[in-house]
Write a protein that binds this ligand. Structure first.
Ligand code: S3P
Length: 175
């Protein structure tokens, strides 16, 4: 069984960009959960929220994330998995993440995260105040599933990836 390096954190924390960079550096497969949820239901995330509501989105997200973590674990090659920011709020996914050894929380400045994620199509990133309070509601979940926490403030994608590889290498000898 191969390793899965799982990136978690709030919207706009850079999970997708850092995941792609890590997968490239390590020569591992890359799985990005959000586009797979869109593919699963055949619509964009805003459409899923509109048609099925947030509960419908979470049900699809649970199915997709469970499937991709199983596929990643069965694969002969390593995998980097970037989760959507709300995946930790799904109890079954939270339980899986608690047992996974390589879960990394990207701890980004909240204003910076909103600058990246806000004002666009993300249904839960429409205004700064509710964005901030949603982060505060979830912060303890990100911290409790994380085996590694990376403070990404002021770092670019390459620097974050480098820090993750270094941290995991120092602690486990792998990577
Ligand atoms: C969400 C985060 C989004 C996406 C959806 C809901 C959330 O993913 O899954 O809009 O609840 O935090 P990103 O974290 O990749 O933006």
């Amino acid at each position: 069984m191969a390793s899965s390096l799982i990136l978690t954190g709030f919207m706009g924390s850079g999970k997708t960009a850092v995941g792609e960079e890590l997968a490239q550096r390590l020569g591992w497969n890359f799985f990005d959960a959000d586009p797979l949820v869109e593919k699963h239901l055949g619509m964009s995330i805003p459409e899923i929220f509109e048609v099925h509501g947030e509960p419908g989105f979470r049900r699809a997200e649970e199915t997709v994330v469970k499937g991709l973590l199983e596929e990643a674990a069965r694969s002969q090659e390593g995998a980097v998995v970037s989760l959507g920011g709300g995946a930790v709020t799904i109890p079954a996914i939270y339980e899986i993440l608690m047992k996974e050894p390589l879960v990394v929380f990207l701890d980004e400045d909240i204003d910076q995260a909103f600058w990246r994620a806000g004002g666009g199509e993300r249904p839960l990133a429409q205004d700064l105040e509710s964005f901030k309070s949603l982060f505060l509601e979830r912060e303890s979940l990100y911290r409790s599933v994380a085996k590694y926490i990376v403070d990404t403030r002021g770092l670019d994608v390459e620097q974050v990836a480098e820090r993750i590889v270094k941290l995991i290498h120092e602690r486990t000898g792998i990577l």
